[in-house]
Design a protein around this ligand. Structure first.
Ligand SMILES: Nc1ncnc2c1ncn2[C@@H]1O[C@H](COP(=O)(O)OP(=O)(O)OP(=O)(O)O)[C@@H](O)[C@H]1O
Ligand SMILES: [Mg+2]
Length: 410
């Protein structure tokens, strides 16, 4: 028996995360991922999701991957890597071909994809995804798989995602220097959506909103189609910077104050409560109203969610959110985020954690901050299942023996 290992890597602004799992496809319509190992490290050398220092980024990747490999009790030679940033662009593109025989064949589908993808791409941009959204055969719309349908004209709508070539080159370089091959790059918000949203939610209308450190990423779906993807240049770091200014403390102290004492909804705080903060002189402590911290955080988060709401309204999605808004990312850990978001979006809001299609050490990744990396690995799992490409293959009795022994320690 050979076993196929799939690895996901998410190089975020503050944390690099890695997940290694084994493909479980037997007797399943949709493959599952048996989680074997998880690793994390502090990211150095990344700004606003873009690699700015290769050596530092390489170290962060190596550390997270080694940790995941140690826990999994095995190693991998390739990874599926997430990419994001404000340089990402996405749009729909249409393709039309005449059906060659009486009914649609696989080669007609390949041809229509080629036509839809044939858009001029400047030298500084790279294709990330061309996702078929729906097919139309003559006047029949909304088809998921047109093969075998009778007709004369086949049309498709694909969702094209491109990234700045320099961003992808530097990420690939850092991964290669850490000793791994990039199997393929995956757009992070799509990966996160893969992990935290269900197919039913995408059908009735849903928006995934991930508030990370330097970015807020949005992916909206309706009728099973991607309706919008946005990467906004605001996030948890913006909130921390507000605390730096509002409380006159250094960034590291502000970050700590935020993670320990902040609440996203000021109404939830007792107005009498104070928290100790450093200063004004070294070694001294002062007491600050917890409500003040909450007010600063609430104002910025309100603005961030307002920007998201604006993005959704611009593509006509704000009244199509029957399944509501699914929040994830590190900043969504702020107490009161759900209440705050509920006010802005006037739609049901829940916290998204990776859920479907996982087994093994699944509980190790069932947290909002592992949503992206788990989604990247799940995306890889889907592709390996479809194409047979992209996994590290090894003799499975090797992992179970070594892995079981190592996992005893976790
Ligand atoms: N308990 C907490 N309370 C408040 N904020 C938190 C908490 N834990 C983490 N954060 C914040 O979440 C952010 C990190 O989130 P996440 O790990 O999703 O970001 P990232 O992937 O590194 O960044 P990005 O996706 O923007 O590149 C930081 O701003 C951090 O301060
Ligand atoms: Mg992130």
């Amino acid at each position: 028996m050979r076993s196929r290992l799939v690895a996901g890597l998410d190089v975020g602004t503050t944390r690099t995360s890695a997940v290694i799992g084994e493909l479980e496809a037997e007797g399943r319509r949709r493959p599952a991922l048996r989680i074997l190992g998880v690793g994390q490290s502090r990211t150095e050398g990344v700004r606003r999701e873009v690699v700015t220092h290769i050596e530092q980024t390489t170290d962060s990747i190596r550390q997270a991957m080694k940790e995941a490999e140690l826990m999994a009790g095995t190693s991998v030679d390739r990874v599926w890597a997430g990419i994001s940033g404000v340089h990402v662009k996405a749009r729909s593109s249409m393709g039309v071909v005449a059906i060659s025989g009486d009914e649609v064949s696989r080669s007609d589908v390949d041809r229509v994809h080629e036509v839809a993808r044939a858009v001029a791409l400047p030298a500084d941009r790279e294709f990330l995804h061309a996702i078929p959204q729906e097919y139309m055969v003559d006047s029949q719309r909304g088809l998921k798989d047109p093969v075998g349908m009778t007709g004369t004209r086949l049309e498709t709508e694909v969702y094209l995602v491109t990234a700045a070539a320099s961003a992808s080159t530097n990420l690939k370089k850092a991964v290669a220097r850490a000793g791994y091959r990039v199997q393929s790059l995956v757009l992070s918000p799509l990966a996160t959506a893969r992990a935290v949203l269900t197919e039913d939610e995408k059908e009735v209308g849903v928006a995934m909103v991930e508030v990370g450190a330097s970015t807020t990423q949005v992916a909206a779906f309706y009728e099973g189609k991607i309706r919008h993807i946005a990467v906004l240049p605001v996030g948890g770091n913006t909130i921390t910077n507000d605390l730096v200014k509002g409380l006159s403390i250094p960034f590291a102290e502000a970050q700590r104050a935020k993670e320990e004492h902040a609440v996203a909804f000021a109404q939830l705080v007792d107005p009498q409560e104070t928290v100790p903060l450093p200063g004004p002189a070294p070694g001294q402590t002062r007491h600050v109203a917890r409500e003040l911290i909450a007010h600063i955080v609430e104002q910025r988060l309100d603005e961030i969610f307002g920007l998201v709401q604006h993005e959704l309204a611009a593509v006509g999605m704000s009244d199509r959110l029957s399944a509501g808004v699914v929040l994830t990312g590190g900043t969504a850990s702020l107490p009161g985020t759900l209440e705050m978001a509920g006010q802005v979006f006037t739609a049901p809001v829940r916290i998204g954690v990776p859920w479907e299609g996982l087994s093994g050490l699944a509980e190790a990744v069932q947290r909002p901050r592992f949503a992206t990396v788990t989604g990247i690995a799940l995306h890889g799992t889907d592709r390996v299942h479809e194409t047979g490409q992209g996994a590290t293959t090894l003799s499975s009795n090797l992992i179970s023996r070594v892995g079981a022994w190592i996992r005893e320690f976790f």
